[in-house]
Design a protein around this ligand. Structure first.
Ligand code: NAD
Ligand code: IPM
Ligand code: MN
Length: 349
């Protein structure tokens, strides 16, 4: 029996994860669930954001359903004890280097987007974000200069093999989609990005059908609100992918809509599935959180880790159906609660 690890985390993490679990349970898949604390919740309970029992469960599992971590009460702790270290640690420890963040306009959701409907309607992209390198994991520190000024640093770097494997994911995915790949970097300034661009260019001849374009990240941020329909598959580094995916979420209506998969293999292996949003302390505990991103992450879990495309499609159709029926949490301009949104998706299932 497949084992799904549930790591609800902090803030709205447990609220949205509970709805995703309901949906998985309703499908009667014959899987088992095991839950463990992570993030601030784990720090408060056990003194560490990623206790060894939680890491062990994640490693034992066939797939991981993750909520969100982050707790303002922990923002002044030593960095290694902060909740965010749990998600960074899981990605690194389990080697989940490929992060897929699909953003697609769902029927009838145009009014929730901050873009004009005719512009928002065309959105159907996947951001493929590198997840275990870049400035996130480079040497970092603080020091004092000779004349007594405080200085902080974080090293940005990529090795060519790290770039190559994520670029291959992007090319392969583009080949199966609209055959367009946009690689986002800052090669006009950063040497890390120039290497990124060189490696991507070296692969291009292997994919003659894919139209490859390079775009600077500042322009990409602008293009994403000017004409987001031009993006099919986007590959980018850890930091740029983090920022651009939050932006893409609002283009399709809400940050509460975007799921993600963090993978080390395309299929048949453990992966971590989470909404792209955080713990949203400003709305936690109020039943206001949009659970769609978490529920759509459960669909990605079934697709990539449990080889169950049918069930994944069923969930995605149920979410689209509930939204098309007008059920909306406050982030999408409605007044329905987290559990009402879950109810509607279950009913559509
Ligand atoms: P956030 O994504 O938590 O919230 C940003 C804004 O979006 C808030 O106004 C919030 O209310 C809203 N929002 C987010 N998810 C929503 C949902 N499902 N439904 C409705 N509204 C939603 O980002 P933040 O405020 O910058 O960060 C809060 C904490 O979360 C921080 O500690 C941060 O480090 C952490 N964080 C964790 C993850 C993760 O676990 N993967 C991701 C992002 C941020
Ligand atoms: C995300 C989050 C994380 C990231 C943080 C919480 C470490 O913003 O998953 O998008 O930056 O990767
Ligand atoms: Mn983020």
């Amino acid at each position: 029996m497949a084992l799904i690890a549930i790591l609800p985390g902090d803030g709205i993490g447990p609220e949205v994860t509970a709805q995703a679990r309901r949906v998985l349970e309703a499908l009667d898949l014959g899987v088992s669930f095991e839950e463990a604390p992570v993030g601030g919740a784990a720090y408060h309970a056990a003194g560490h954001p990623l206790p060894s029992e939680t890491l062990d469960l994640a490693k034992r599992a066939d797939a991981i359903l993750f909520g969100a971590v982050g707790d303002p009460a922990c923002d002044t702790l030593d960095r290694h004890l902060r909740p965010e270290q749990a998600i960074l640690g899981l990605r690194k420890e389990l080697g989940f280097w490929a992060n897929l963040r699909p953003a697609k306009m769902m029927p009838g959701m145009e009014d929730a987007s901050t873009l004009r409907p005719e512009i928002a309607r065309a959105i159907d992209m996947v951001i493929v974000r590198e997840l275990v390198g870049d400035v996130y994991f480079g040497e970092k520190g603080r020091r004092e200069t000779a004349d007594g000024r405080r200085e902080g640093h974080d090293l940005m770097s990529y090795a060519e093999d790290e770039v190559r494997r994520i670029a291959v994911v992007g090319f392969e995915m583009a080949q199966r989609r609209r055959k367009s790949l946009i690689s986002v970097d800052k090669a006009n300034v950063l040497e890390t990005s120039q290497l990124w661009r060189d490696v991507v260019n070296e692969l291009a001849p292997d994919y003659p059908e894919v139209a490859l374009q390079h775009m600077y990240v500042d322009n990409a941020a602008m293009q994403m609100v000017r004409n987001p329909g031009q993006f099919d598959v986007v590959i980018t580094g850890n930091l740029f992918g983090d920022i651009l995916s939050d932006q893409a979420s609002m283009c399709v209506g809400s940050i509460g809509l975007l799921p993600s998969a963090s993978l080390r293999a395309w299929a048949g292996d453990n992966g971590l599935y989470e909404p792209i949003h955080g713990s949203a302390p400003d709305i936690a505990g109020q039943g206001k959180a949009n659970p769609c991103a978490a529920i759509l992450s459960a669909a990605m879990l079934l697709r990539h880790s449990l080889d169950n495309e049918d069930a994944a499609l069923k969930i995605e159709a149920a979410v689209a159906g509930a939204l098309a029926g007008g059920v909306r949490t406050p982030d999408m301009g409605g007044a329905d609660s987290t559990s009402q949104m879950g109810d509607a998706i279950l009913a559509a299932l």
